[in-house]
Design a protein around this ligand. Structure first.
Ligand code: BG6
Length: 518
């Protein structure tokens, strides 16, 4: 397809208010799982950048908690993380300045008695810096520790203190099926009130994900056509070129459906499909999301397909198959690719298929939503495409590129100039985030950490939402667990996944859009 790019430039940005972000009250952030990868790669670099942007209060303390007695080793490791993952020069004096806010406390997460010591330490820091009692507990540990940590915090009276505001941030995975998610919700809500709980999904921190709501609800022209009368189907793809990156034991128990589809992709779907909330406030937004998920009928097992990568070539490099990855069962039945077809039974979407697919070691890294519109009722023009043989006229397509080439494109037909007949060629109007606003260094964590500190739950999952999405996928997971896949691996690394994913769409007369990105 010949595609002509038309650039969309940002209007003058001088009117955009700078420094309008709120700054949280003085507080202590306690990170459980401080020696782990997440703290080093994401949390500390994000906190560092927030500090540099003037978005942390002066009276602010970070206490890392993990089992091993680390001391100076912890500080050195965190510095390395800020340099490597935060894109900061190693000799930047701001790192030293930031490091003064960080300390470390060694504690086994299941050592109930040890929490009294942690409480005393937090009280000491609080008094020394006149902080005022605000605390945010961040659970960045392995999921089996979420419940014991919460229980121990409760037992020491740390969840409902006499002064200050206290919250708890819980990383994914939030449960591994419906029952475990319910149980965890029960354990968490026995200690923390729901308005203290921040279940994090880092996709919601991405600018381009939040922009879906702005695109839909800050523009008047799209909403009238955003429904079954005009939209033919929707595809959401989260394609990765990476493999499991040393996370074999975790991934063996997870698989693509649990790891990415049940959470990140369902969040994307809810933003595309929800009704306009009455305000951009936590209650309204979260209520509309849950309404969408609840309108999805149970997914027939054959509307979900799975795959596992074998060896192949990704970005010109030979890579091994999943079963040969470190600490992975050589006969593993874990899926590294999953695709589903969903429907949403409400007035807006009845009859419109939503196709979701996620996979590792695919041909290209790209997370995209494409909304394909219906053809015009009558095609009166010559079915010619620029420079090529006769082709079907392409339907309008709206593509929301979440990453890495962040932007939005709208495909429409244009007359090919100087042709004697009315030949139509597809062209793209293309909005490129980086060209319009400059490249943003922010990963989703900066936004989400700040919101959690401010007590704003809009971009966090609610207990009902988590349970609703698990309810949808648990029967599929159970059916898959009961029957080992016959032919795994069923796709080569570096391709677009298994054939069964193509057949899933063919049944509805559709094909996956594989020319993702710009
Ligand atoms: C995580 C998954 O939640 O999301 C990973 O556990 C996955 O397996 C990652 O790679 C994808 O996130 P992003 O931001 O790189 O798209």
């Amino acid at each position: 397809m010949a595609t002509v790019q038309m650039k969309v430039r940002a209007e003058d940005l001088s009117h955009v208010p700078q420094g309008s972000e709120r700054i949280p009250e003085p507080g202590i952030m306690v990170i459980f799982g401080a020696s782990g990868d997440l703290t080093k790669r994401k949390l500390l670099p994000a906190l560092f950048h927030l500090k540099q942007s003037g978005l942390l209060p002066d009276k602010f303390s970070i206490v890392g908690v993990a089992r091993r007695p680390l001391g100076d080793e912890f500080a050195a490791d965190m510095r390395a993380g800020i340099v490597e993952y935060g894109g900061v020069e190693a000799d930047d004096p701001k790192i030293d300045e930031f490091a003064r806010h960080i300390s470390y406390y060694a504690l086994s997460f299941d050592d109930a008695a040890g929490y009294a010591g942690l409480k005393a330490e937090l009280d000491r820091i609080d008094a020394e810096k006149s902080i005022g009692g605000d605390r945010l507990f961040y659970l960045a540990t392995a999921p089996e520790y979420f419940a014991p940590i919460v229980e121990n915090l409760g037992a020491q009276g740390m969840a409902q203190p006499e002064r200050g505001r206290v919250g708890v941030v819980i990383e994914k995975p939030f449960g591994h099926d419906l029952d475990s998610a319910r149980e965890l919700n029960h354990q968490v809500n026995a200690v923390f009130h729901e308005n203290q709980v921040f279940r994090i999904d880092h996709y919601l921190g991405k600018e381009t994900v939040q922009n879906i709501l702005v695109f839909r609800f800050a523009n008047g022209i799209f909403e009238p056509i955003w429904n079954r009368n005009y939209i033919d189907h929707v595809q959401i793809t989260a394609a990765e070129t990476l493999g499991v990156e040393g996370r074999g034991p975790f991934y063996e128990k997870a698989g693509a459906l649990r790891d990415v589809v049940q959470n990140h992709m369902m969040e994307l779907l809810s933003f595309v499909a929800m009704e306009p909330p009455s305000s951009f406030e936590s209650e309204s937004v979260r209520r509309e999301k849950v309404k969408v998920w609840r309108a999805i009928p149970p997914v027939p097992v054959n509307d979900a397909v799975r795959g596992q990568y074998g060896p192949g070539v990704v970005d010109g490099q030979k890579v091994i198959g999943y079963r040969d990855e470190e600490r992975v069962n050589p006969e593993s039945g874990t899926e590294t690719f999953a695709a589903v077809r969903l429907g949403i039974e409400n007035w807006r979407w009845a009859g419109v298929p939503f196709y979701l697919r996620a996979g590792k070691r695919l041909k290209k890294r790209a997370t995209e939503i494409s909304i394909q519109f219906k053809q015009p009722p009558l095609l009166i023009f010559n079915r010619m495409s620029m420079g090529g043989p006769c082709q079907e006229i392409q339907p309008n397509l709206l593509t929301i590129r979440i990453q890495p080439d962040e932007g939005i494109a709208l495909r429409f037909g244009a007359k090919v100039p100087t042709t004697p007949n009315m030949s139509v060629c597809p062209v793209n109007m293309d909005f490129d985030y980086a060209a319009a606003f400059g490249k943003s260094s922010a990963n989703g964590y900066e936004r989400l950490l700040l919101d959690a500190m401010l007590g704003d739950q809009t971009l966090f999952a609610h207990r009902d939402g988590v349970e609703t999405t698990w309810a949808l996928y648990t029967p599929i997971l159970e059916a898959w667990a009961a029957k080992n896949p016959e032919v795994f691996p069923n796709y080569f690394a570096g391709t677009w996944g298994p054939d069964c994913a193509d057949r899933l769409l063919e049944r509805g007369g559709h094909v996956w859009r594989n020319n993702l990105g710009r």
